[in-house]
Design a protein around this ligand. Structure first.
Ligand code: PNS
Length: 169
């Protein structure tokens, strides 16, 4: 039996922290589905789901057992449909814990087969997030330490105050 894991998130945009978790999950499971999902608590995304998908595709091109999908619905329904054995999430600082714990328990309550596996974020990504990347890019700062090199320019072009309409994905 192939063991499938789903790695859900907003990925707006994908960061080196996400990529680290996706890479490590790809070593633990036969197949990893990176699932671009809607977080109803977050306001308007900076990138469309298709743009986010293309950025993740570029950043994970070297990982043979990783695929990307888009979900506009409940995570547990997707997990059930593809018969995934795990939902993989990265856990950063203590501040993530309560939110992630609540989501894991809620998903489990909605579908008993939804097992959440937490991977500890690598130390260098402890405080990295998509919103931090967006803040830096917006003010023209250097995001090269935080996002995959292949998508850096596209992110910068979209988010920088001067170049908002030049995004190329
Ligand atoms: O990267 P994020 O925004 O922290 O990811 C949160 C996400 C998108 C994984 C979560 O909001 C989610 O699973 N959305 C899909 C809808 C759903 O199933 N919500 C109930 C989760 S308790």
């Amino acid at each position: 039996m192939r063991r499938i894991a789903v790695c859900p998130g907003s990925f707006d945009p994908v960061t080196l922290g996400h990529l680290d978790i996706i890479t490590r999950a790809s070593q633990l499971f036969d197949k990893v589905i990176v699932l671009i999902s809607t977080n109803a608590n977050k306001k308007q995304a900076s990138f469309t789901a298709t743009e986010r998908m293309m950025m993740i595709a570029d950043a994970t091109e070297h990982l043979d057992n990783v695929v990307i999908d888009i979900l506009d619905g409940l995570l547990v329904d997707y997990v059930k449909r593809v018969q995934a054995v795990a939902i993989v999430k990265g856990l950063r600082a203590v501040s993530d814990f309560e939110y992630e714990f609540q989501m894991a328990l809620t998903n489990k309550a909605l579908y008993a087969g939804a097992e959440t596996v937490f991977l500890t974020t690598s130390q260098e990504n402890m405080y990295l997030s998509s919103s931090v990347v967006k803040q830096i890019a917006y003010f023209g700062g250097d995001i090269s330490r935080f996002v995959p090199a292949c998508i850096q320019e596209a992110i910068q072009k979209r988010l920088t105050q001067q170049g908002g309409d030049k995004f190329e994905y």
